[in-house]
Design a protein around this ligand. Structure first.
Ligand code: NAG
Ligand code: NAG
Length: 565
């Protein structure tokens, strides 16, 4: 009786596209659906940020040579300092309109390569640094139809290349580190310059670094959790003091560029301490070995730590496959998606191998040992310089991948990728449509104050509500590049009982976060998640548009929420 099954299985293997079959770790997945959105957005989506206008700003670098999309209005960029083309009439930034599934070109004037960014409380994207002539620049993108980048050539006091930005409670962003920068600074500036951060000297491996694009998170007490290489500190940026030094992650392998792993702040609750999880990366020495043509298997471990415990310790877990250059994204239901990247090698030009095509969903609240669920694979490798972000409808936007110094479409193992794909986690599966809540209130662009009680209204088809399984979550859209989603955070909001108000309409009182350290002022996505009793771990968010908050003024700050469309 066994043989027909075995035959069937081998047939399937034969039918699989060779790339997927060769990738390993891609097999055995189920759940989630991939769609190709656009075959050519003109650039390779190396940096991505969702804005409250439901547009995504993307950019790669100005010294890649000619992209596949022209600058707007027949414009050309003449730059004597440019490394690739002195006269470039092509764009290296685009704005993606999610609903229309279309793009328009934007104009960056200097090099934005390997930079950072954060969204200010008014909804503008503030991008920081880059390379060459752009390494001190700050660029502001205020979203509106027809708007374009504004560039401030000397907005930074230090060059910032491979630095990390994080939005703070006062609406400023802190920009930490960067290549040969063992310090941090703020933007916008008061009268301040930069401040030393010895931790970045201590975690800098000679000639290898392994601490670029540090993983920075804002703790609910206002301190920053800063992870670099294989360890972390809790840091008070107002007094420049290290508040706590955490133990080294067991194994001691590096997790930051070029041994690029990823990290998230796990969902925050008002009554529980914060937890951070760091996953993947490349073993110590992997970069040098890749340089010699030896592509070492990526790390398959994650370390999870309760950062506010009196004596915090890393708890290690093992992923279904090793992954370097993966992206970790918080999903509306509080699970973590680990997506993109490679099974061997490191970040850096030409140094990745064995694409990992299957994302993995990590369920933080399941039993230790059964938290990882392998998802359906894509057929497109997303290697160095790829990115992923959450969209407001719960899909994940995936793009980029260019491990080459130029745009190379032929005669290379991993051609420069100009496509955009989406991954729809299984909570979007049409078979669960009957359980999915539809938010009626609050409206999009509503503004809420900290600690405010807000009445939500939502619909669920008659007789389908399991009132005990409603959760309300809020997510800050993040700036994604180089496997790290900056300023990413998810808040699980406190709520009261769910009360029926009509045949299929319900009401619930929801408490907004209590402070700007929990939720810095700005735009957020609000989700009502309904988990069916019988369908374990399948939950059903629907996104309202961005809620947001306004800047802090005379004691009042808001976190605002609502629906648009
Ligand atoms: C991009 O442009 C290059 C050079 O003109 C061309 O070879 C390539 O086919 C284009 N790629 C895509 C995806 O359109
Ligand atoms: C990529 O293309 C450039 C020219 O456009 C070429 O000089 C370079 O050798 C190519 N790189 C690879 C890895 O083939």
């Amino acid at each position: 009786m066994d043989s027909p099954l075995i035959l069937c299985f081998s047939l399937l293997l034969l039918l699989m596209p060779p790339r997927a079959a060769a990738a390993g770790g891609g097999s055995g997945g189920s759940g989630g659906k991939w769609s190709l959105l656009l075959t050519n957005v003109g650039i390779s989506a190396m940096h991505m940020q969702l804005l409250h206008t439901d547009r995504v700003v993307m950019f790669d670098r100005t010294d890649f040579g000619p992209s596949n999309i022209s600058l707007p209005n027949g414009r050309c960029r003449r730059d004597p300092d440019e490394k690739a083309l002195l006269l470039d009439c092509t764009a290296h930034s685009v704005e993606y309109d999610v609903a229309a599934n279309s793009i328009r070109p934007l104009t960056v004037l200097t090099d934005v390569w390997c930079s950072s960014g954060a969204v200010s409380p008014d909804g503008s994207l503030i991008q920081a640094g880059g390379y060459n002539d752009g390494d001190h620049a700050v660029r502001n993108y205020k979203p509106c139809p027809g708007c374009d980048w504004e560039e401030l050539r000397n907005g930074l006091s230090q060059r910032r290349w491979y630095a990390t930005s994080q939005i703070l409670a006062d609406g400023r962003q802190i920009i930490v580190g960067g290549r040969r920068q063992f310090n941090y600074e703020f933007y916008p500036k008061k009268s301040d310059g930069s401040y030393n951060l010895p931790f970045l000297v201590q975690t800098n491996d000679p000639r290898l670094e392994n601490n670029l694009y540090p993983f920075v998170f804002l703790n609910a007490d206002g301190n920053l959790f800063i992870f670099a290489n294989n360890r972390a500190i809790l840091f008070d940026h107002t007094s420049s003091k290290v508040v706590h030094t955490y133990p080294t992650v067991p194994g001691g392998d590096p997790r930051n560029y070029p041994s690029t792993g990823s990290a998230v702040l796990l969902p925050l609750r008002s009554n529980a301490g914060a937890e951070v999880m760091v996953c993947g990366g490349a073993p110590r020495g992997a970069y040098i070995r890749a340089n010699n043509g030896d592509f070492v298997k990526a790390l398959d471990t994650c370390g999870r730590i309760r950062i506010n415990d009196p004596n915090p310790q890393w708890v290690m877990e093992t992923m279904p496959q090793g992954r370097v250059m993966g992206d970790m994204l918080l999903l509306p239901d509080g699970n973590v998606l680990i997506i993109n990247g490679a099974g061997a090698g490191t970040a850096g030009w030409e140094f990745g191998r064995s694409p990992v095509l299957s994302p993995v969903v990590y369920c933080p609240n399941k039993q230790l040992g059964s938290r990882f669920e392998v998802q359906n694979p894509t057929s497109t490798p997303r290697m160095y310089h790829s990115a992923a972000i959450l969209l407001r409808d719960g899909r994940v936007l995936v793009g980029g991948s260019n491990p080459h110094i130029y745009y190379n479409f032929t005669n290379v193992i991993f051609p420069t990728d100009l496509t955009l794909e989406s991954f729809s986690p299984s909570y979007l599966d049409p078979q669960f449509a009957y359980l999915r809540p539809r938010i009626l209130l609050p409206l999009s662009e509503s503004i809420f104050g900290y600690g405010q009680q807000v009445t939500f209204r939502f619909n669920i088809p008659p007789g389908r509500l399991d009132g005990g399984s409603i959760t309300v979550t809020m997510i800050a859209p993040s700036f994604a590049t180089h496997s790290f989603s900056m300023s990413q955070r998810l808040l699980v909001l406190d709520h009261g009982d769910v009360t029926p108000i009509a045949r299929s309409a319900y009401r619930v009182r929801v408490g907004m976060p209590g402070s700007g350290n929990l939720a810095p002022a700005g735009y957020y996505l609000l989700f009502v998640v309904h988990k069916a009793v019988a369908t374990v771990f399948i939950t059903h968010p629907i996104v309202r548009n961005f809620p947001l908050s306004k800047g802090i003024r005379a004691g009042g700050v808001g976190v605002k929420g609502g629906v648009r469309v």
